[in-house]
Design a protein around this ligand. Structure first.
Ligand SMILES: [Mn+2]
Length: 297
């Protein structure tokens, strides 16, 4: 058939086949964002952007057209606090998680990371957590759950700090207290500068090696605000001096290819802040890279 009618896009991978190797869940949680916004709009904008990406990556000669993604739609999390949203998100992930399968959850704010982790491994005993984030998200939890404390909440839940790696942390975006908590907990930390100096492949490789030695499965939280604000206007926490969009894509490909990665989330995309669809297209390309990595396993 002529390409006039057969241009295949990432949207063409979506199906309702329970045997599909990848599951997609929308988690439009926006309550208790430290900067109030509209992260709840992200899953719908994300899906609406998938038709704009081809299934073919000429750089690596990767064709995704045979891959299938089961879309479970969006969870109904309207006006729910992170506390209230914990069980519906956890249960949705638990229902989709299977050996050899990848579960991708589109937030929503970063408070989704705790229930996604719990859905992948309810005991948290054999789970490794990697975050790509400008922030530690280690704020205290005594005033309730927010998008600023999911990692602290997971430490509170019993996830050992030695099973956590955080990369892409930004200067003037975190407190000395949070940094101290990360050190005390034994969290592996690499900053945005570490990525510039050593390269994303080395930094991601080190983090995955550490987690893979200690854990049976790995979850990766992609807080999109790790990307430089000039490349990513659509996240309230993004700042100048962040990681490049290209490094973010390269990280997603490496992570998608790792045999122990069982789940990923994409958090903090706020379409109401986006300019010229930059963030929407970045989110869609992120998914393409995760899928390309996964297909290469
Ligand atoms: Mn975050």
């Amino acid at each position: 058939m002529s390409e006039c009618r057969s241009w295949r896009s990432l949207a063409d991978l979506i199906c309702d086949d329970a045997a599909a190797p990848v599951a997609l869940i929308g988690a439009p949680l926006s309550e208790k964002s430290l900067t109030p916004g509209r992260c709840d709009l992200a899953p719908k904008v994300f899906r609406a952007t998938l038709p704009r990406l081809s299934v073919y990556d000429l750089e690596s000669e990767t064709d995704l057209s045979a891959l299938r993604v089961r879309d479970r739609g969006d969870l109904n999390l309207k006006v729910m606090t992170p506390e209230a949203a914990f069980t519906p998100i956890k249960e949705a992930v638990l229902a989709e998680a299977k050996p050899g399968r990848l579960v991708a959850v589109i937030g929503g704010n970063n408070a989704i990371t705790r229930p996604v982790a719990a859905g992948l491994d309810p005991s948290l005993k054999s789970l490794g957590l990697l975050t790509l984030d400008a922030h530690f998200d280690l704020r205290d939890t005594d005033c309730g759950l927010t998008n600023g404390n999911p990692i602290q909440a997971l430490l509170d839940d019993g996830l050992p700090g030695a099973q956590i790696a955080q990369i892409g942390l930004a200067p003037y975006a975190n407190t000395a207290r949070a940094h101290g908590k990360a050190k005390d907990a034994g969290i592996h930390v690499a900053t945005a500068r570490d990525i510039r100096q050593h390269g994303i492949a080395l930094v991601i490789g080190d983090a995955l090696d550490i987690l893979a030695r200690r854990c049976d499965l790995i979850m990766v939280d992609f807080d999109i605000d790790v990307i430089d604000r000039a490349h990513l206007p659509g996240a309230p926490g993004a700042r100048p001096g962040g990681v490049s969009a290209q490094d973010f894509f390269d990280a997603a490909r490496i992570i998608g290819a790792h045999s122990k990665v069982a789940g990923v989330d994409l958090a903090e995309f706020d379409p109401s802040l986006d300019v010229a669809d930059i963030t929407a297209l970045t989110a869609a390309r992120w998914f393409a890279e995760v899928l390309a990595g996964f297909q290469a396993r």
